[in-house]
Each structure stands twice: as C-alpha cells, then as structure tokens.
Design a protein around this ligand. Structure first.
Ligand SMILES: Nc1nc2c(ncn2[C@@H]2O[C@H](COP(=O)(O)OP(=O)(O)OP(=O)(O)O)[C@@H](O)[C@H]2O)c(=O)[nH]1
Length: 340
C-alpha cells in the first residue's frame, strides 16, 4: 500500500502542465477510493474572468463504465460549490443512502481558485486523510506549474504555454471535425464556424514608455490584460506573447461573430481612459484556424494581417483573408489614377 501511495505521488508530480496534473489527480483518487464521481472545478474569477469551469471529471455510469467528462463553463453552480469557493472551507454532505458528497477547496496563494468534488460511499478516517493529502500535493504542485504557465506581470498564459495549448486545441478540433462529419446527415452544420487566432498589438507603445516611463507602461499592459480577460469568454485562450503583443485563440465561431467581438473590443479600448495617456489604440490581425492548419502558419497569417493594419493607419482590425482583396482593390484604384 505504501509503495502504491509513493508511486501515485511520483505520477502526480511527474506531470509538466496543469491539464495533465488534473487528470493525474482524478485518476489517482479514483484508484484509491471507489468514487461515483470526481470533478475538478476552477474559479475563473481568479483569472479576471467570470464563472466556474468544470475541468477534469470522471463519473461511473450505471454499467460501471468510467466516463471522462468534457470541460464546460458553468452558468449555474450548486450552493455547496459556491460556498466552498467563497469560504475556502470543505463542505461535506452525508446522504441517507450511505453515500457522501465532498467539496474540498483548492488554494493558490491563500485564495480559493477551485474545488475538488468527490461523491463516494462514506469514507473511513484513513481515506479522508489520504484524500486531503492528495489534494494538498495537487495544490502545492499547481502553484509551481501555474507560475511556469503564466506571465508574471499580467497573469495571462505565457508564450511557452501557447505551443502545448494550441496542439491540444487542434487535436480536439480535428476530433470534433470527424465527429461532426459522421453526424452530418442528422445535423445542421454552420460551415463558416472555425477557430480563429488574433494578434492584438498596442499602437505606438514605445512612446508610452518613453514619455511616462516603464512603470506606467507596465500599468497599461496590466490594465489591458485585465480588460481582455473580462471581455472575452473564459473558453477563449488569451496569451501575452511578449512585450505589447497578445494572442487570443477563439473557440469555433463564425467570421461575422468574431469580427463583431474584436471590433467591439478595439472600440472599447479606444474609448477607455487609461492612467496618464489620453488614448490607447490597438491594431489587430486575425486569421482563420481550420483543423488541418499548422499553428505556425496561422500565426504567420495573423501576423501579416497585423502588419497590414499597422501599415494602413493602425487602430483597426484586419483579417488575413481580406488582405489580398484589399490589395487588389488598391492596385485597381492606383491604375485608375494613372489612366487620368
Ligand atoms: N513597460 C513595458 N514595456 C515593454 C515591455 N515589453 C516590451 N515593452 C516595450 O514595448 C515597446 C514596443 O515598441 P515597438 O515594437 O517599437 O512598437 P510600438 O512603439 O508599439 O509601435 P507600433 O507597434 O509600430 O505601433 C518597446 O519600447 C519595449 O521596450 C514590458 O514588459 N513593459
């Protein structure tokens, strides 16, 4: 038993990213305690977003099959989960049928950033100690991984995390794509719905630093990052790519919807009063991300669109698929001028 326990600790601490850590914790708890359900919840308000995410989850169905759940953003949470996240205290309910439900808070720097839900038969004291120990190991390791995955200044996901997250997203998208293809006869498909990648770059940021100093520049970056986290959905991934450049990867949606969201954000920032500076403007380059694309080529496309936006007056959103059209229109009007 002791050897098994030690092996489990080795398994948990072997992971190198938060997603694998969550799966490792859930499967380890399940190995030692026969649970009906285990769920890891994330409190998104700790990452400047709203709501609660149901992250890794495992359920045992009526035929005793293990079913891993899909990630989901919850619009409504149970009262017990809400008070566990609010009070940072464990909540335990004993049911009449001999089962129990537990919500154990997960703390990061003393703040409740999530909770672990366990539904199982009544636990003996030895099992309770073990569960609490696993949760604390998870919490300690999460603190280290979180520091590695996030940018120190803004708290957004960092450049290093991008490659791994994007690979996972592309794999998921490809699976969904095949699933949808298989179901195509039964479902109405929005063919325009794909993922999108946008690069958001602050205009003339060097002037902000040069005029008001780096501390003010840092404050502007932090405020903009907070705005991004609260404006976009928690399921959209926001990265600080470096300097004053941010990358957002959007869940599948239509071109019309993504245009509306990005334009609204650009306009909101245009109208926001930042400390010291009168006005901050953004240039945005965006590109479609289909399941068969290489991430590097999607970034290159978004970067070309961003370059076009910078070259053509800044403070605007440009899509990669629009550039050729815009260029041929410009070439046409140039030749029209030459004719006269
Ligand atoms: N305060 C602060 N400044 C940063 C940070 N990282 C990069 N910068 C600054 O960001 C500025 C980027 O300048 P440029 O690449 O010339 O871009 P820009 O002035 O925004 O001009 P355009 O992008 O062409 O509109 C440089 O002055 C960097 O020093 C940071 O973490 N904090």
């Amino acid at each position: 038993m002791q050897e098994e326990l030690l092996n489990s600790v080795v398994k948990i601490t072997k992971t190198r990213d938060v997603d694998s850590l969550e799966f490792s914790l859930v499967s380890t708890i399940h190995e030692f305690i026969e649970c009906k359900e285990i769920i890891i919840y994330k409190n998104l308000s700790e990452f400047n977003s709203s709501g609660v995410e149901r992250s890794a989850s495992l359920r045992v169905d009526e035929e005793n099959n293990f079913v891993w759940g899909e990630r989901d953003i919850l619009t409504d949470t149970s009262q017990e989960l809400a008070s566990c996240l609010h009070s940072a205290c464990s909540i335990n309910i004993q049911n009449k049928n001999g089962t129990e439900q537990r919500w154990i808070p997960v703390l990061l720097n003393d703040k409740p950033v999530g909770a672990i839900y366990i539904e199982c038969n009544s636990l003996c004291s030895h099992q309770q100690v073990m569960i609490n120990a696993f949760c604390r190991i998870y919490e300690n390791y999460l603190t280290i991984l979180n520091e590695n995955e996030r940018d120190k200044l803004t708290g957004l996901l960092n450049r290093q995390t991008f490659d791994r997250k994007i690979k996972m997203l592309m794999e998921r998208q490809l699976n969904d794509h095949f699933k949808i293809k298989a179901e195509k006869t039964n479902r109405k498909i929005h063919d325009d719905s794909t993922s999108w990648l946008a690069i958001i770059d602050i205009d003339h940021f060097k002037a902000v630093n040069d005029t008001y100093g780096h501390v003010c520049g840092d404050e502007v970056l932090l405020l903009l990052a907070q705005r991004m986290s609260s404006f976009f959905r928690a399921s959209d991934l926001v990265f600080r790519f470096g300097g004053e450049e941010f990358v957002i990867v959007f869940e599948p949606t239509t071109c019309a919807m993504i245009t509306k969201r990005l334009e609204e954000f650009r306009q909101t920032i245009h109208e926001t009063d930042f400390p010291f500076i009168k006005q901050l403007t953004l240039s945005i380059g965006a590109a479609r991300m289909s399941p068969y694309d290489f991430p590097i080529s999607v970034i290159e496309n978004a970067d070309k669109a961003l370059y076009y936006a910078k070259e053509h007056g800044r403070d605007q959103l440009v899509f990669y698929h629009q550039i050729n059209k815009k260029q041929s229109i410009a070439a046409k009007s140039d030749s029209d001028i030459e004719l006269f």
